[in-house]
Design a protein. Sequence first.
Length: 245
Amino acid sequence: MSKYKEYIENVQSIIEKIKNDGADSIAKAAECFKNALKNGNNIYLFGTGHSHMLAEELFYRAGGLVKIHPILNEPLMLHQSAFESTEKERCEGLAENLFDDYKIKKDDVIVIISNSGRNGVIVDMALLCKEKMVTVIALTNLNHTYSGESRHKSGKRLCELADITLDNFGCVGDACLDIDGVDGKVCPTSTVSGALILNAVVAQTVELCVDEGFVPEHFASANIDGGDEINSRLVEKYKKEIKHL
């Protein structure tokens, strides 16, 4: 079998696990999202390294919920220095400034995204959010998480602090393909599976909202007729509230 086909089949297998074994967690996360939207609370997403892309995945998207707050800290992303972002994500003591800067408050919801679920800043954020009575949803890889110890002084992993855990059903180390002649595996799955999980939560959230009699605000594509007008109205309404609009 061609390796690209094997990779696609690996991803398809993960999607089946998400659809079946992950259904209960997706439903619980959607209920949290719905309640936040209904009660005027905020939905935050936070990830470091490549996981920051999933914090952006739901933000300002065609068909995406408007009231999404990504936590985007440049030293923890990739574009300044990928290697340094790896060093930074292992540091403790950074989460408190981010928490305060984004004005996270009691009864908000945060999705904390980490494939390994064991680095300092991620665990710090989860601990702080729990202390402040913020609902914590973990998007993580349980296979990877339990393959090693926490790097946080508490000894805790992200999933052990979360109210709800969304498992991306990946393998240890994320990369999934063995190729003869290559040391180590290639081709990760956490981004494609994570994006699917988050959008599945959004789909279920919108359905729950409609069932309760309200339609949550959502963006249109800027590349369809009328899209700019729809989005401009929403940006004008929320630009003082949502940091990165």
